[in-house]
Design a protein around this ligand. Structure first.
Ligand code: ADP
Ligand code: MG
Ligand code: ZN
Length: 483
């Protein structure tokens, strides 16, 4: 038995979501990524003496909406706090955050890790805070530069309970949270650009132990894959230490994706190191119940609500409902396609979306929002199959056309002469010709070799370039072969 089986992994996450407001949290500067350094700043961003912060109400609304979506309690009396530390990208010398009175507490999210039962992950809290600027080192000789564009970007830091038990659970959690904030429209979820940043706290303990082990906090994780790799590495490192009779020390470690390891960055600071105190430049924010209810009412349907509705309303399997509610664009695409497909069965639409369209999108690395085939067009295609205008086989040809050049399936079918032939006469002629041509096989069929049916259907479809109505072909063949 390997050492790893004697230990349990414990993980808690701190996720910084950049809120997608138009302006920054405490001033009117645009909240925008990717501009030339220090072009999106003002005296508040640069912390000139005498400036005063004013809270952007959109930040509060987004924080409340996220808290509600996480099934959390929204605090009606909010307080901002100063978190003091020195760093060149923080001109004020402190970060405005929330400490004792955060906007959200006692939330939760259910995760569905692959091949494992649903599990509840507690959300300890979520608090509003301001982002710092950025120090630039790359490609600069003998100096570091400071870009303050990011200063003042609103963040909602979401902190989980130490409820996660593996890299796989952590991956499932992050995917779901990321999809949720994108769904709500509060954050674009872009991990590479740093608008969705995750620090992972990792510890191990002997199986059966209830006290927590000493944790390391891992930073610099810019993709979900890297979070999972870093956890796996860190768990092994900690097990090796313990097995060697040494101790894990509480510290902050950096993930190095190139070296595939974590390395020590600094000892772990404690809350008292930051000398938190209530922010004197901002009054307490009192939120009334009506405002919370208005936000709740305006909230889009959540993925966890969509899933059972899709199953019930459209008769989808767990798998299809899961895929089609994974994000909002996907769910919207499917529902638009279903509308355009009526009266065709939504299950048929689900099939076209999950198999043909997603298969192709995944192969080519394209997001559903950029799909060259529009939802209405795919729905219409399904409707045409349902109505017997084209066969499923021809539909695949039409689909290829739509993928390459876009366009309306009806037009493609008429322009390319792909209309399904349901005309009895035309098909009967072909059936007769085929049976005459293969008289030997007809004998065999009548002698009991019924699997030859597939051969006959195949030959007729081939001769009619896939356009024959398969139902009519089958009926006619059966009649003639029986006679
Ligand atoms: P800090 O703000 O100092 O980083 P917190 O106590 O607020 O510390 O915890 C931060 C995160 O670390 C939370 O997600 C929490 O669940 C997680 N955490 C705390 N202790 C442990 C531990 N021993 N092992 C794993 N995760 C932990
Ligand atoms: Mg921390
Ligand atoms: Zn500003």
């Amino acid at each position: 038995m390997s050492a790893a089986t004697h230990y349990e992994t414990v993980i808690g996450l701190e996720i910084h979501t950049q809120l997608a407001t138009r302006s920054k949290i405490f001033c009117g500067c645009p909240n925008r990524f990717g501009s030339a350094p220090n072009t999106q700043i003002c005296p508040v961003c640069a912390a000139f003496p005498g400036v005063l912060p004013v809270l952007n109400r959109a930040v509060l609304d987004m924080a409340i909406m996220t808290g509600l979506a996480l099934n959390g309690q929204i605090r009606t009396v909010n307080e901002f706090a100063r978190k003091n530390y020195f760093y060149p990208d923080l001109p004020a010398g402190y970060q405005i955050s929330q400490f004792e009175l955060p906007i959200v507490e006692h939330g939760e999210m259910m995760i569905e890790p692959e091949g494992a039962p649903r599990k509840r992950i507690g959300i300890t809290r979520a608090h509003m805070e301001v982002d710092a600027g950025k120090n630039l080192h790359e490609g600069i000789q003998g100096a570091s530069w400071v870009d303050l564009n990011r200063t003042g970007t609103p963040l909602l830091e979401i902190v989980t309970e130490p409820d996660l038990r593996s890299a796989a659970e952590t991956g499932a959690f992050l995917k779901k949270l990321r999809a949720l904030v994108r769904h709500l429209g509060v954050c674009d979820g872009n991990m590479e650009e740093g608008s969705f940043r995750c620090d992972a706290n990792v510890s191990i303990r002997p199986l059966g132990e209830t006290r927590l082990g000493t944790r390391a906090e891992i930073k610099n994780l810019n993709s979900i894959r890297n979070v999972m790799r870093a956890i796996d590495y860190e768990v092994e490192r900690q097990i090796d230490l313990i097995e060697a009779g040494e101790k894990v020390i509480q510290e902050t470690r950096l993930w190095d994706a190139n070296q595939n390891h974590t390395r020590s960055m600094r000892g772990k600071e404690e809350a008292h190191d930051y000398r938190y105190f209530p922010e004197p430049d901002l009054p307490r924010v009192v939120i009334d119940a009506a405002r919370i209810e208005a936000i709740r009412a305006a909230m889009p349907e959540l993925p966890d609500e969509k899933f059972p509705r899709f199953q019930k309303e459209y008769g989808l399997t767990d798998y299809d409902a899961g895929v089609l509610t994974a994000d909002r664009e996907m769910a919207d695409f499917f529902e638009q396609a279903v509308t355009a497909a009526r009266p065709a069965d939504p299950k048929a639409v689900a099939n076209w979306v999950t198999v043909e369209l997603l298969g192709r999108l995944n192969r080519e690395g394209i997001e559903i929002a950029q799909s060259p085939v529009a939802a209405e067009a795919l729905g219409k295609l399904t409707r045409m199959i349902h109505a017997g205008v084209i066969s499923g086989k021809i539909a695949k040809t039409v689909f290829m056309h739509m993928w390459d050049k876009g366009g309306d399936p009806e037009r493609i079918v008429s322009e390319q002469g792909l209309l399904q032939v349901s005309d009895q006469g035309a098909i009967e002629t072909e059936v007769d010709r085929m049976l005459a041509l293969h008289a030997d096989k007809v004998e065999q069929y009548r002698a009991g070799k019924v699997q030859l049916m597939g051969f006959f259907v195949g030959e007729i479809m081939k001769a009619m370039r896939g356009k024959a109505n398969p139902g009519v072909v089958n009926t006619l063949l059966k009649e003639k072969l029986a006679g």
